[in-house]
Design a protein around this ligand. Structure first.
Ligand code: ZN
Length: 64
């Protein structure tokens, strides 16, 4: 009896985890959206384009 309960709990927690990762983002397939195009990055000393993921809010910069 107690085994059944723990199995159900386990399944529920796995589902929760999956939803949090937003599947595609969790696999590294973000939905990139342009934030700023070709701004000068002082740290890198070159022009960079900034992107943000629509789903999870991760950011990425591309150097030119
Ligand atoms: Zn993402």
């Amino acid at each position: 009896m107690s085994e059944v309960v723990s199995l159900q709990k386990h399944r529920r927690e796995q589902l929760k985890k999956k939803g949090k990762q937003s599947t595609l983002c969790g696999s590294g397939f973000h939905s990139w959206e342009l934030v700023k195009e070709r701004q000068f990055d002082v740290k890198q000393g070159k022009l960079v384009t900034e992107y943000r993921c629509k789903r999870c809010g991760a950011t990425r910069t591309d150097a030119h």
